[in-house]
Design a protein around this ligand. Sequence first.
Ligand SMILES: [Ca+2]
Length: 464
Amino acid sequence: MPTQKPNVIFITTDQQRYDTIAANGYPHMITPTLDRMIADGVNVENCFVQNPVCMASRSSIWTGRYPQNHGVTTNGIQLPKTEVTMAHTFLQNGYHTANIGKLHFVPHKGEGRDHSINATVYSGYGYEYNLVSEAPGPYPDDYMSWVEREAPQYIDGVRYRLAQSVGPESLFDLWDFQAPEEIHNTAWVATQTREFLLNYRDPRPFFLTVGFFYPHPPLNPPRSYVDMYDPATIPMPTQHPSDMARSRNAGVSDETWRQMRRYYYALVTQIDRHLATILETLQAAGLADNTIVVFLSDHGEMLGDHCETSKGPSNYDEILHVPCIFYAPWLLPSKRKVSGLVEAIDVFPTVADLCGVRLERGVKGRSIAAALKGETDETRPDVLAEYKDTRNGIHVKTLRDERYKYFYYGDGREVLYDLADADQEVIDHAAEPEYEPTIQALRKRLLTRLMQAQDDLPPKTHDW
Ligand SMILES: [Ca+2]
């Protein structure tokens, strides 16, 4: 082992579901780089996020804490600056901390120039260096400043309205990127990352978060990536008649679903190509043998399954189940698969553990470093997701184990899915007498999990 602590590149994508990587068993996808990271790294096959939307899930990933702990239980709530992030923790342990791309700890505001995103807005979250871009296009940020400076003739091709990137309708609005590929936000994130790596001179190890905004809508990949996918080979969404009966998307044509998926997959393939350039640069900069690369998404996307689009508190597996890869061939085994259940809040404590970095109090995630190394196959018996929005009135806790998925709502309503059913998450068994012992056991386990999830802050420091 080198005496210096390892560097970390913690890569996140936005809204990328688990089944978008060929090596995860989905050969219709074109993802050679992610496939290679899985082949040469450790694939965490059952990682679930703790909240189904951006800000809350990211707040949990960055703090290692449940939504009820940091208070960001849905979108539109700012992560309190009293929370200790991964960046704070690594900074305290002698790291240089940097971010390139999306964070989304601060709510989106209105269109246009009443809102800017920059390092000043993001001061207090533990980053020494921050090139931030949240929703590339609608308002000023470091990406839009770069386009204005480097390629002002393309500014109108880059700009879109915030409404085109949020909500279930945004998935139906497809267009080809109207500028050269190197101007696309995905390319910008990768270019800035390569420059960071090539110019890194600080004697400290670095902790770098790289936040790709895509494949989040708007679904506007460069045309060359769209052309890589033949619509005829794209699998149709899974839609049960009961899903269609209650969905406003019931009349959407097969052709529309296939084109939506094609554009979304194209954005994944574009990211994959740019990941390759980051890994090549890591090698060229002589950093590959002392850097841990983590790949994670903040939540998934319905993409027409259950006749739905976007994400949210339905908490379907399409939303909660995300890709999670640890790639460090110099440190961790190759071709290893961790198949047990893992929570996304476990990823930060795991990276800290691998780096010998001490966690602050309040972290609720648990290191799975021993499972990554092959010393154990044990992970968690179940995973928890929490959502609460005072505006739409939805409050739900979801407990998922390998067989069942159990929902408890704020009004006392319960839903139970048996994952052994032929149709996944379609039939609610909560009121069926033969499931009564199961639901009793799950109710008790959820209560126990919630007791354990309750915050330990402020800490007890004295006997009396
Ligand atoms: Ca997101």
